[in-house]
Design a protein around this ligand. Structure first.
Ligand code: UTP
Length: 413
């Protein structure tokens, strides 16, 4: 223990984080050990470099951005459509398809007590977001006679509650061995001076590392190899909070394979220039998504000769990756983005403080930053009312109320 303590202290001194040990002498032996273990497992060098570089992230030279071409579902020739559906269905019939649902977010805007997927929608019969998503797998099982594996990414904070929810609901009558859970990784949160935040005297506050953490977590939890060994060749990755997400879509799969693209993503048309969503575009010759605030107001209002917005396709977190592309991504480094968030903490007097204002940097990678690693990708535009009913906010736009209306229109006849 003494050795562990000395080592931890030396590391903290080196990175100017000695305050982490301020309550050490007040802790039980068990808590001391817990804190030391956490310190020793952290990669301080990475944390320091992310913090030092946080201001250089997100600055885009707008001259390097250009409009992008997409394939619009409405404009695909019937013959090609049928051919592609066949190609996609073959992948499904041959058990080569899997889905990953990213459910590790904090869902702060929704403010629901529990994992976002456990939010109950006020429909008849009442259904949780998770059940609505699992319905898609059950429909596919019925249609193709295939049990498509579903991998759910959770965070340390919501893993237990998520698992318990599925057990309580008996996996919504889908084979339980086809639904697997894995935790995403975390990074310490830092205050505005770059100091590590303590959640408890014996616990450094760590936050999930963003939805871009999905790649490393799939790999380090052995899931990528498991999929590969099972012969899975295409993986659809979706956010948890779009209750109309069309996660098993043979046409999308077939179009991507037909175009010989290793990755693909679905888009929808922007409602208005000011809609706050990631925008598809070409940057440095590569097809990418940039954040809405990285495109100037002037650019977001620009139209083509037909009157359509030039930067009018937005991200709905519905992405498709070949297994090889996932192996490629884990060898690359995604950039970190810094978000300034509210975070409760232990102050210098050892008292717990409830944050009322943003006070802490949370560092995240974004799944769509991986697009830049590829020479080409397919962008497939679908109709908003068919495939996008997000639940982000408690009220107003993109809330349970709006999502329910969209869902009822589309899914219940
Ligand atoms: P959002 O960016 O909407 O974040 O995530 P959020 O955490 O759900 O909600 P707010 O911003 O706190 O209100 C988009 C998708 O990425 C997942 C989310 O669960 C959601 O499906 N996500 C996000 C993760 O799985 N892990 C993360 O670290 C962040």
């Amino acid at each position: 223990m003494d050795e562990k303590y000395s080592l931890a202290k030396r590391i903290l001194e080196k990175y100017n984080q000695l305050h982490v040990l301020k309550g050490y002498n007040l802790l039980s032996e068990k808590s001391k050990e817990k804190l030391l273990d956490q310190i020793l497992k952290l990669d301080f060098e990475t944390v320091k470099s992310i913090y030092d570089n946080k201001d250089s992230i997100g600055v885009i030279d707008r001259n390097i951005i250009q409009p992008i071409d997409v394939i619009d579902k409405e404009e695909i020739d019937e013959e090609i459509k049928n051919e592609c559906i066949k190609i996609g269905e073959n992948i499904i019939y041959n058990n080569q398809y899997a889905v990953v649902i990213m459910a590790g977010g904090q869902g702060t805007r929704l403010g629901h007590n529990g994992p976002k997927g456990t939010y109950m929608l006020d429909i008849t019969p009442a259904k949780s977001i998770f059940e609505i998503l699992i319905d898609r797998f059950k429909e596919a099982k019925e249609k193709y006679g295939v049990v498509i594996p579903c991998y759910i990414m959770t965070s340390r904070d919501n893993y237990d509650a998520t698992l318990e929810f599925f057990e309580q609901h008996e996996y919504f009558d889908y084979p339980s061995n086809a639904i697997k859970f894995f935790n995403q990784e975390e990074l310490p949160m830092l205050d505005s001076d770059g100091k590590i935040i303590l959640e408890e005297l014996d616990l450094i506050k760590e936050g999930a590392n963003g939805n871009g953490g999905v790649f490393g977590s799939l790999y380090r939890n052995g899931i990528l190899d498991e999929m590969n060994n099972a012969g899975i060749s295409w993986i659809f990755i979706s956010g948890v909070d779009n209750i109309l997400a069309n996660i098993i879509d043979p046409l999308f799969l077939g179009l991507t394979i037909n175009a010989n693209c290793p990755i693909a993503s679905k888009s929808i048309k922007k409602r208005a220039p000011e809609e706050k969503a990631g925008v598809f575009c070409i940057k440095n010759g590569k097809k990418v998504i940039v954040n809405y605030n990285e495109i100037s107001d002037e650019m977001s209002r620009k139209k083509d000769e037909k009157g359509n917005l030039l930067y009018g396709d937005i991200n709905i977190v519905s992405h498709l990756f070949s297994i090889d592309s996932l192996y490629q991504i884990i060898n690359e480094k995604l950039p970190y983005h810094a978000d300034y968030k509210k975070c409760n903490y232990i102050n210098s007097l050892g008292t717990k403080v409830i944050a009322t204002e943003p006070n802490a940097f949370k560092f995240e990678t974004y799944i769509f930053d991986s697009f830049e690693f590829f020479e080409d990708m397919l962008i497939y535009r679908v109709k908003r009312e068919d495939e996008f009913a997000p639940i982000k906010n408690a009220q107003g736009e993109d809330s349970p109320h709006t999502a329910k209306e969209l869902y009822l229109k589309r899914r219940c006849f």
